[in-house]
Design a protein around this ligand. Structure first.
Ligand SMILES: Nc1nc2c(ncn2[C@@H]2O[C@H](COP(=O)(O)OP(=O)(O)OP(=O)(O)O)[C@@H](O)[C@H]2O)c(=O)[nH]1
Ligand SMILES: [Mg+2]
Length: 232
């Protein structure tokens, strides 16, 4: 197995060490942390982990304007240039269970992009307040209705790419940055005829730290589906 897991971080100091430990339990997996100069010192913790894990963890320190989308682009490009065959993206806060990684990789036998989906079998979300579930499930209906995307969970951040498919995505051309980035990335994959498959995951509310969901991020997510539709 030659897999790289891209983890974007902003103020995840309590979560990152445990997460990296759990990912590295899988032989053949390495981690690329993309930190946005977190005020809580996550970047320095990532450097310490990189120094003690025999080259299996690398860290990208970003200092430009912070953003999830640009961070993921930097990490995914690094994974491609390092030659990984399977490239994951996942959140740092334990909402995505590292134990699911091998099953997601296995699901690429008949797919180019595997989505860890919260909405395949009803709603598999644990400990989210009701308003977050309503917001997320409304967002998915809205996105599907406007863009014609088919997956049940278009905003999931837990993804596994086959290298050849990710290499075809013009990552530098993606314009959005918050959760909208995830929708734009999926839309592009579908337009480029990637075979997209969903596998069920159980999403658990973040273990520690605070959410970065903001009004600006939500507004971008509300507008993006219309931009994608107009493009089509
Ligand atoms: N590098 C970077 N990472 C970010 C940024 N915003 C969020 N992240 C990371 O992206 C992942 C998802 O962000 P979250 O804040 O957990 O968003 P969420 O999962 O929708 O919300 P909660 O889990 O409720 O907090 C986490 O690993 C964050 O640390 C950012 O601006 N830059
Ligand atoms: Mg989260």
């Amino acid at each position: 197995m030659n897999a790289a897991v891209v983890v974007a971080t902003y103020n995840e100091r309590e979560n990152l060490p445990g997460l990296i430990h759990a990912i590295l339990q899988h032989p053949g997996y390495r981690v690329i942390v993309v930190d946005d100069d977190s005020p809580d010192g996550t970047g320095a913790i990532a450097d310490e982990l990189a120094a003690t894990t025999s080259g299996r963890v690398s860290v990208i320190h970003r200092t430009a304007a912070r953003g999830l989308g640009r961070s993921l682009v930097a990490g995914l490009q690094r994974a491609l240039s390092e030659g990984a065959d399977f490239i994951f993206q996942m959140d740092a806060d334990f909402s995505h269970d590292p134990r699911c990684l091998p099953d997601m990789a296995a699901a690429t036998t008949d797919a180019d992009l595997v989505l860890g989906s919260r909405y395949l079998k009803g709603v598999s979300v644990v400990n989210w307040p009701l308003h977050r579930i309503i917001l997320s499930s409304f967002a998915n209906r809205y996105i599907r209705a406007i863009t014609g995307l088919e997956p049940r969970d278009c905003t999931t951040g837990f993804r596994c790419w086959r290298r050849e498919a990710l290499a075809r995505i013009p990552l530098d051309g993606l314009i959005s940055d918050g959760y909208a980035f995830l929708v734009e990335q999926l839309h592009l994959a579908q337009r480029l005829d990637c075979r997209v498959r969903e596998v069920p995951i159980i999403f658990v509310e973040r273990r520690a730290g605070r959410s970065k969901l903001s009004g600006g991020v939500l507004l971008e997510s509300a507008i993006l589906p219309w931009r994608l539709r107009l493009k089509r």
